[in-house]
Design a protein. Structure first.
Length: 246
């Protein structure tokens, strides 16, 4: 029945289903432009941490379990998609968070010797600090810049919504990038340090030094045969192909 409120006649009508207040519409996805959708179940991270990567590769085992362990701080976990390539990029911070990619995942790492004489004998890259001195010889740019260039191609696909249907597919794409980078690193097409080419087959090796700044152009005085042994088993170290996550 009508009710008079301050001289105005007001009619109260019975409401029906769905007549209540409506929640505001969600804006469309900023990448694919379609209706807003969920992203990855867990956040990822773009901040590289060598300790976390090492733990992921070793899967809870002690460093002594690695085939190339020759003593404390003798091996180091290397981020194939290097930390420098993502650390200061706010776009990648957002992508990793939303699509669940973790730069410290096992599939983005490889264990390398951090002692020059070990890398010298095994004919593999040495891992020392950041990679500003490394070089991508096929594209003529520093290692971190070369990684950034590859990531820019992936970034363009993210912005076009290529990974929205299955957010975890970004991780699969970046794992494939890590694998391609490893193959370049293994062949010394991409090097990690200023003296990187010295460790390839036929290279000068360590030059008889233990620190890169002290190196001259001379060859290893021991013919790249240092007799390095595993610190625990005392077995001679064996050369082997590099593998992602190993």
């Amino acid at each position: 029945m009508p009710v008079i409120i301050r001289g105005r006649r007001v009619m109260f009508l019975q409401s029906g289903p769905g007549d209540g207040p409506k929640p505001p519409k969600k804006p469309p996805c900023e990448y694919c432009g379609k209706q807003a959708h969920p992203f990855a179940a867990e956040w990822g991270s773009h901040n590289g941490n060598s300790v976390w990567l090492s733990e992921a590769i070793l899967e809870g085992r002690e460093p002594e379990s690695h085939d190339w362990y020759t003593g404390r701080w003798s091996i180091a976990a290397h981020h194939l998609i290097c930390s420098e390539a993502m650390a200061d990029d706010e776009d990648w911070a957002k992508y990793c968070r939303e699509f669940g990619y973790d730069i410290n995942r096992r599939e983005n790492g490889v264990m390398l010797p951090s002692r020059m004489e070990v890398a010298c004998e095994l004919h593999v890259p040495v891992h020392r600090g950041n990679h500003a001195g490394g070089w991508a010889h096929d594209v003529n740019m520093a290692y971190p810049k070369a990684v950034m260039a590859v990531l820019d191609e992936v970034k363009a696909r993210v912005e076009r919504g290529a990974f929205c249907t299955e957010p975890t597919s970004l991780t699969e794409q970046l794992d494939a990038v890590s694998e391609r980078i490893l193959r370049k690193v293994e062949r010394f097409v991409w090097t990690l340090s200023r003296d990187g080419l010295d460790y390839r087959e036929g290279g000068a090796g360590c030059g008889g030094e233990q620190h890169i700044p002290e190196k001259s152009s001379r060859d290893c005085p021991r013919g790249r045969r240092h007799g390095v042994r595993h610190a625990t088993t005392r077995k001679p170290l064996e050369r082997k192909a590099l593998q992602v996550g190993r």
